[in-house]
Design a protein around this ligand. Structure first.
Ligand code: 17E
Ligand code: FE2
Length: 414
């Protein structure tokens, strides 16, 4: 496959890219626009590595309103609604919804997904349905599965055994939810147990950590310390961490030293948490998004994610990761030019680091020929215009091709 007239990130030049047997074999700067024979003319649009969705709950997608709507908009009512929906799960129901959501994500340029799957279910129905989809969907995307204990590890009957069973069945990553455990002690113990389990089984860790507007929720320091002392380091991710929004600055200043030393990754879900958090506030209302800019500026890896597509926690969502970038830039005061030029990192390279797939990810000779072409010339235009994905290509095969919208203007004011 030969691609011409592509722009790459952080360069004004045009490039020709070639791939053979699904791998990039040549990336060459052009002198100017070309008209030579090719398989794909990028027409001077931005070509970049596929989007990475490092945090979504595929088991719950497309269940909003079933069997009832989350009226308060809180995380906790979401968990209650889901507990009811969970009892109605079947293998087919889960697989059908996951396929639909996967199609949506693929159509918007995503080729790498980490999904949390609730394992606080004695039957593990969702997990058993999703594990085989890793292989089914492999031609289109890479799927990592987190064993996610939605109702707690120590606070749910047989919680530990269910987590271990989930690893046997095929989970890749170990999850946790310390802020939802019955007590602070359980929360702390669960973090230590998760890290030990990851060491025993050589697994990655991704914890729903401090997803609560409680400035006293400080499990992040426990997780980061365990990551540091165990040597797991960047194999560990802290997701949500919204309590950090409410920590005082002096505590944060001390905490950031540990976070840097630990090497752990962060995932923030801006639309989800601006919706779920601040629900117990009157006015002023907290935004409840973790300190994305401050973490990034400290050299800590932060990725953005959608979390939900039409589920008990968040009833919108459409598979478009650029929406998360838009929200984060606004809500976290990242509206400078330098912020814009780094912003696509949040949904590409940074997510790849979270998923530990960097060696297979990126526009480089020798790496898999996976890429997208966006309907914009550079990062800023892509972000400003929420640019459509014109092509998504995987291993040199076109997965998605989209025609830009055609607008007929009946006025001419220029
Ligand atoms: N479960 C949870 O604990 N938190 C979330 N944001 C979602 C599910 C979507
Ligand atoms: Fe989540």
């Amino acid at each position: 496959m030969k691609i011409i007239n592509a722009r790459l990130r952080h360069s004004d030049a045009l490039y020709t890219l070639e791939c053979e047997q699904g791998v990039f074999t040549r990336i060459q700067q052009q002198v100017g626009p070309e008209q030579s024979k090719c398989d794909l003319d990028a027409q001077q649009k931005l070509l970049c590595a596929p989007f990475v969705e490092p945090h979504i709950h595929l088991d719950a997608v497309l269940t909003a309103g079933e069997p009832r709507w989350n009226k308060s908009g809180t995380l906790f009512e979401g968990i209650e609604c889901w507990a009811e929906r969970k009892q109605m799960l079947t293998h087919e129901d889960v697989q059908q919804r996951v396929r639909k959501a996967a199609e949506l994500l693929i159509s918007h340029g995503v080729q790498h997904i980490r999904t949390h799957v609730d394992v606080t279910d004695p039957e593990l129905t969702a997990l058993k349905a999703i594990v085989p989809l890793k292989e089914t969907l492999a031609p289109y995307l890479d799927l990592q599965i987190v064993a996610f204990p939605q109702e707690g590890i120590l606070s749910y009957p047989n919680g530990k055994a269910l987590m271990e069973q989930a690893l046997d069945i095929g989970a890749d990553v170990i999850g946790g939810i310390p802020h939802f455990e019955f007590t602070r002690e359980y929360g702390v113990e669960s973090m230590r147990w998760v890290i030990e389990l990851a060491q025993q089984h050589n697994k990655l860790v991704d914890v729903h950590c401090d997803e609560i507007d409680d400035e006293q929720s400080r499990f992040l320091e426990v997780l980061a310390t365990a990551a540091l002392e165990s040597g797991l380091g960047d194999r560990v991710t802290a997701s949500h961490t919204v309590a950090m929004h409410s920590y005082n600055n002096a505590y944060c200043s001390k905490l950031f030293r540990l976070l840097k030393m630990s090497g752990i990754n962060f995932v923030s879900c801006p639309t989800e948490n601006i919706h779920l958090q601040g629900r117990f506030d009157t006015f002023p209302k907290r935004r409840g998004i973790t300190r994305v800019k401050e973490l990034r500026n400290a050299g800590i890896n932060v990725a953005l994610a959608q979390d939900s597509i039409q589920d008990p926690w968040y009833s919108l969502g459409n598979g478009k990761l650029l929406r998360q970038v838009d929200f984060a830039l606004h809500a976290c005061h990242m509206m400078g030019y330098d912020d814009f030029s780094q912003a696509l990192d949040f949904i590409t390279d940074n997510g790849a680091k979270v998923m530990h797939i960097q060696d297979q990810y990126g526009i480089e000779v020798g790496k898999p020929a996976n890429f997208i072409v966006l309907n914009g010339r550079d990062d800023v235009e892509v972000i400003r215009e929420q640019a459509d994905v014109l092509y998504s290509v995987r291993r040199g095969e076109v997965l998605v091709e989209r025609q830009p919208a055609m607008v007929k203007m009946g006025v001419n004011l220029a």
